[in-house]
Design a protein around this ligand. Structure first.
Ligand SMILES: NC(=O)c1ccc[n+]([C@@H]2O[C@H](COP(=O)([O-])OP(=O)(O)OC[C@H]3O[C@@H](n4cnc5c(N)ncnc54)[C@H](OP(=O)(O)O)[C@@H]3O)[C@@H](O)[C@H]2O)c1
Length: 278
């Protein structure tokens, strides 16, 4: 039997099965080619850590194992299953090739692939790789799964690297004035490609540009009831203070009491008010 969750908001006295919970959101139907639905998902500790880093040793940052659970991963994949396009980045491609992170570029669960096909989506989503330095490998799994793959970068990115990728047959989406990708320009490019449900599986920097440029429609957040600590860490988003308020509206909050073992976790999502008003 699927794990059961308590629904704390809107309050319900019934238990709700975890499996299928996010599939009921039908994210693939919420956007259009003129206004795609852009969503992100993060997993955080109660003290706000999404990853730890060790700047002294100059090691790559990592997600502490105790944060991750099968429940959270299942819901992550349900969100993945509803996307026609994923946005990732060059850093993830490097981590994947060095086996520092697992491959999340495909929906692997057969039941979720079937769900996609029954709901008007291709078996696997397209993938956009955002990168300023354009120095990363592309995993063979993208071609093996017939996924459209685009590279997003700024107009001032290295000309040689741009030519290298074009010679390999990849389309470059110029989406920023300098080397970095900017949220609004990227979503503009994805509208032209007619993507409607766009899942941001990148980290704090890409989330920052999406929020700053009012491109994020919804954020999913899992908060596990643990302190992680650490002097060097990533939170959802760092960077300069926002000049405009970004208000979020809580749409639902579920509580899993038995996972991670010995504590629990909240699954919640918020709609971003600014995006809804425009
Ligand atoms: N717990 C969670 O839910 C969660 C979620 C996401 C990430 N994380 C973790 O948090 C840590 C930091 O995340 P991250 O490495 O994904 O974060 P990041 O610092 O946001 O992104 C790193 C890479 O993304 C590319 N990039 C980011 N913004 C860009 C922009 N505007 N334009 C062009 N390229 C851009 C750059 O690639 P190039 O170097 O190729 O230019 C950069 O190296 C990692 O340990 C990650 O595993 C945790």
């Amino acid at each position: 039997m699927s794990k059961q969750l308590l629904k704390l908001f809107p309050l319900s006295t019934q238990q709700h099965p975890l499996q299928g919970l996010y599939l009921t959101h039908r994210l693939n139907t919420l956007g259009s080619t003129t206004a795609p639905f852009v969503y992100a998902n993060f997993l955080s500790s109660l003290d706000g850590r999404i990853a730890l880093k060790d700047s002294v040793q100059n090691q790559p940052s990592y997600i502490p194992k105790q944060l991750t659970t099968a429940s959270d991963f299942r819901l992550f994949m349900e969100l993945h299953a509803q996307a026609d396009c994923l946005i990732t980045h060059g850093g993830y491609m490097r981590a994947l090739s060095e086996k520092r992170l697992g491959n999340i570029l495909q929906v692997k669960n057969e039941e979720l692939v079937e769900w996609r096909c029954n709901n008007g989506l291709k078996p696997q989503p397209a993938v956009v790789i955002a990168s300023a330095n354009l120095d990363f490998p592309i995993p063979p799994s993208l071609r093996e799964n017939h996924q459209d793959c685009f590279i997003a970068t700024g107009k001032n990115a290295d000309v040689e690297r741009i030519r290298y990728w074009q010679d390999q047959g990849y389309r470059i989406l110029f989406s920023g004035e300098e080397q970095m990708v900017q949220g609004a320009a990227l979503i503009q490019q994805l509208k032209k490609l007619e993507y409607k449900s766009i899942y941001l599986i990148a980290g704090p920097k890409m989330l920052g540009t999406m929020i700053r440029e009012k491109q994020l429609s919804r954020i999913y957040l899992t908060v596990t009831h643990q302190f992680i600590g650490g002097l060097d860490f990533h939170t959802l988003w760092s960077g300069p203070a926002l000049t405009e308020e970004t208000k979020l509206r809580l749409k639902s909050l579920y509580y899993e009491q038995s996972s991670p073992s010995g504590s629990g976790q909240f699954f919640m999502y918020f709609d971003v008010q600014q995006t809804l008003q425009t």
